[in-house]
Design a protein around this ligand. Structure first.
Ligand code: FE2
Length: 256
């Protein structure tokens, strides 16, 4: 079983490169199951129902989110219709959507969990460890995949070390910069951050001049997503069909 995970899709450029490249990547890596982080897919913040449906139409199995999960308020009302959209278990509002999604693939059950980190993250109302313990106490699945949407590398590594015997993969998101620390330990795949799908010539997918405006020139700025050619980042995780444990994790990047 090969699982593809694509990191934070930022705005139109990110959506376009995923649209353009997904079928090629799925064929090249013999992908059975695809997960995409869509938390920045709607103009850099949040997701809409329309964007979620497009991800589904192009062959994404599950879409994960993060601290901007509910930035577009429309999604709060329609999230129950988006059955393969997983929201972080530890941000408010807690009463909409699912923080665990269990899907069937090749006679296996795959659980996809989304959590936010607590370190340097305002949105998080509960430690990802406390939230994860609650989820695991009720969860049964052959393969458990966690998208840990967090700022601090230390928190992501700690999470992986703590849960490596209980889950199949811990993939970090949110920083938009792919790290080169992918590894397998005790059959669990890990990378601190999968990177982003968005404009290559940008500040984490945002327009460079707009970031200068806010951070240097002290001019209000909306941090709009950058335009231009895109970069696509993610990982492919291979899982042994007999043991349900990860055997390989490979970083992928398509640059302009
Ligand atoms: Fe984020």
């Amino acid at each position: 079983m090969n699982i593809l995970f694509l990191g934070d899709v930022v705005g139109k450029v990110g959506r376009q490169i995923v649209d353009d490249q997904l079928s090629f990547i799925k064929e090249k890596y013999k992908i059975d199951f695809t997960i995409v982080n869509g938390e920045n897919s709607a103009h850099g913040k949040g997701i809409t129902t329309k964007i979620y449906k497009n991800f589904k139409n192009i062959g994404v199995d599950v879409v994960t989110l993060g601290n901007h999960a509910f930035s577009k308020s429309e999604i709060k009302l329609s999230i129950n219709e988006c059955k393969d959209l997983v929201r972080p278990a530890n941000i408010e509002p807690l009463n909409v959507g699912n923080s665990v999604i269990v899907k069937q693939c090749k006679n296996k059950t795959i659980a996809v969990i989304n959590l936010c980190g607590k370190v340097f993250m305002d949105a998080c109302i509960e430690s990802p460890f406390d939230a994860m313990n609650k989820i695991l106490s009720k969860l049964k699945a052959d393969i458990i995949f966690v998208d840990l949407h967090a700022e601090a590398t230390s928190e992501k590594v700690t999470f992986f070390e703590y849960y490596k015997n209980k889950v199949t993969a811990v993939v970090g998101t949110h920083t938009h910069v792919q790290t080169a620390d992918e590894r397998i330990k005790y059959g669990c795949a890990f990378i601190t951050d999968a990177g982003m799908c968005g404009a290559y010539d940008s500040v984490l997918g945002r327009d460079i001049e707009e970031v200068f405006d806010l951070n240097i020139r002290k001019i209000p700025s909306r941090f709009k997503p950058a335009e231009g050619p895109g970069i696509l980042c993610g990982v492919v995780i291979s899982i042994d069909d007999n043991t349900n444990r990860a055997t390989k994790i490979e970083r992928i990047q398509i640059r302009p």
